[in-house]
Design a protein around this ligand. Structure first.
Ligand code: NAD
Length: 336
């Protein structure tokens, strides 16, 4: 029995997470769910977006399955996602984007894994105004050798463990010579230790252009925090949108699994949200927990339902009458 903290989240969170939990439970994996709250809902109820009980639960389970949380733009509390990643040193954010035969997009055979540095860079949270008038603001990007080493090492090891052949580091060391330069130097050093993995380096802007012209040339990509955030939405677009992309936040002794997308307030409460991203995050979680058979069963069922195209949410097939609930049930049926 595995203990996992379950945070359903805001907006579309509860509906997609409930669908995902049912599918995970039906996969054969034995999970004891510890439900906890965070985000806007928790803020309205307890006056804090991250109650102590939630932190205590993650402290015990060290594994969390989390729905999207609404973050106020420009004001209010700091992003809980950023807070959790920093608190548990979840230094590597893995975001795989793979084409689905049943999802029509401009490209076929895209199979890219973004490994995003998750705790440093421009998202280190070091931001302030320099004047009382609040007309000059400053944000500090922090890149450390240790932070770079652990995520780049993770990317190469991930490539080796998952039979992938190439790691591309995406950077902006031509302009940001110290922060990005350090990240690139570390990547070049670590690449030497993995002669079996091809190493490539691309400047981030050129990499984006290459990615939309010839995405098949990318395999595993490792990059700093903000570039990884943006680039993983780009790769999501290549394979059919945000509703399909899972994310695993991995630390030394804790991990948090979630979708890449947000709380989608525009479609909340309408049974329209695609649960695939959180379900694929569930598959990543099962693999992390060593439940490889359950993970494979669940992944095959998701693939079958998406490739059939009948019981999928309207973002995947506008003609479909199915919603989140029906899609979840079809996946459970496919596993049986
Ligand atoms: P979003 O990802 O919530 O939505 C962007 C667009 O994609 C919307 O049109 C939405 O309807 C669509 N979309 C997203 N997920 C979908 C799904 N599963 N199925 C179908 N369509 C889907 O991004 P946003 O609107 O910029 O952000 C909304 C809120 O979510 C903000 O408060 C933001 O801070 C937060 N957010 C949270 C996370 C997280 O918790 N990890 C990530 C990103 C954004």
């Amino acid at each position: 029995m595995h203990n996992v903290t379950l945070i359903k989240g805001d907006g579309i969170g509860p509906s997609i997470m409930e669908a995902a939990v049912k599918v995970i439970d039906a996969s054969g994996a034995k999970i004891h769910w510890h439900e906890a709250e965070a985000g806007m809902g928790a803020f309205e109820k307890y006056g804090t977006p991250l109650p102590d009980e939630t932190m205590e639960s993650i402290e015990k389970t060290r594994v969390a399955f989390k729905g999207p949380l609404t973050t106020q733009v420009g004001s209010g509390f700091r992003s809980i996602n950023v807070e959790l990643r920093k608190r548990y040193e979840l230094y590597a954010n893995i975001r795989p984007a793979k084409s689905w035969p049943g999802v029509k997009t401009r490209f076929e055979d895209v199979d890219i894994v973004i490994v995003r540095e998750n705790t440093e860079g421009l998202y280190a949270g070091l931001e302030h105004y320099l004047t009382h008038k609040k007309d000059i603001a400053e944000s500090l990007a922090v890149v450390t050798r240790e932070g770079s080493e652990r995520v780049i090492e993770y990317a190469f090891q991930y490539a080796r463990d998952n039979n992938r052949s190439k790691v591309t580091v995406c950077h902006k060391a031509n302009i940001l010579k110290y922060t990005q330069g350090l990240f690139l130097d570390v990547a070049r050093e670590i690449a030497q230790k993995y002669p079996d993995i091809e190493f490539d380096e691309k400047i981030i802007d050129a990499a984006c252009m290459h990615m939309v012209m010839n995405p098949q040339q990318f395999d595993v990509v490792v990059t700093t925090n903000m570039f990884g955030d943006i680039m993983s939405d780009l790769t999501a677009g290549l394979v059919g949108g945000l509703g399909l992309i899972p994310g695993a936040n991995i630390g030394k002794d804790a991990a948090l699994f979630e979708a890449v997308h947000g709380s989608a307030p525009d479609i909340a409460g309408k049974n329209l949200a695609n649960p695939t991203a959180v379900m694929m995050a569930g598959v990543m979680m099962l693999k992390y927990l060593g439940e490889n058979d359950a993970a494979a069963r669940m992944q095959q069922a998701i693939e079958k339902v998406i490739n059939d195209g009948q019981f999928v949410t309207p973002d995947l097939n506008p003609a479909s009458k199915a919603g989140t609930i029906e899609m979840g049930q079809a996946i459970i049926d496919a596993m049986a």
